[in-house]
Design a protein around this ligand. Structure first.
Ligand code: HEC
Length: 157
């Protein structure tokens, strides 16, 4: 009986290890799309240096085409989760392709930026587990919201 149990445990373990090895061959494509410097947020909206610092630190990896990939982007299945967040994040708002948005959508996206950080929905909590320095302080949130408000007001002029 004990022998059977041992064999079963060994087989399950072997299958898991094999599965882990096999999925390593299914790597997502992490090539960053090219960037048109004239199309970016900073080329189209005035972004003060302190705001840019926050966006770079806390949002860039999922909302631009300048994603910097961590070491675990090379390991499945974590790479698949990353890929999913980056694709969805870019689809929602991509600061690298800002000029593709209509003026009305630009204004909406700016207010969503403030809303998301105020509700502490962004940066994604799972991102903060590892990127602890990306967490926003109350002062950071105020800086972002003051900026989005000012930028929106300018667009209405
Ligand atoms: C780890 C990746 C990641 C980071 C970092 C991140 N986001 Fe997101 N963001 C997403 C994803 C994924 C979505 C799509 C909605 C969802 O799944 O919650 C999203 C959606 C959004 C939206 C649209 C929300 C809506 O429902 O309309 C805004 C605005 C946004 N993010 C702003 C930010 C800002 C500002 C930061 C930095 C302070 C940030 N995000 C950091 C991944 C990220």
């Amino acid at each position: 009986m004990k022998k059977i149990l041992k064999t079963v445990v060994l087989i399950v373990f072997a299958v898991l290890v094999l599965g882990f090895i096999v999925i390593q061959f299914f790597r997502p494509d992490f090539t960053n799309p090219p960037i048109d410097p004239a199309a970016t947020l900073t080329a189209n909206v005035e972004v003060p240096e302190n705001v840019k610092t926050i966006l770079d630190r806390s949002c860039r990896d999922c909302h631009t085409n300048e994603t910097q990939y961590p070491w675990y982007a090379k390991i499945q299945p974590s790479a698949w989760f990353l890929k999913d967040h980056i694709d969805k994040g870019r689809r929602e708002v991509n600061f690298s392709t800002w000029s593709a948005l209509t003026p009305a959508r630009r204004k909406r996206k700016l207010s969503e930026v403030c809303e998301q950080v105020q509700n502490r929905e962004m940066p994604l909590p799972s991102y903060l587990w590892i990127h602890r320095d990306a967490a926003l302080s109350d002062a950071d949130i105020k800086t972002l919201c003051d900026w989005t408000e000012a930028a929106r007001a300018k667009m209405s002029e």
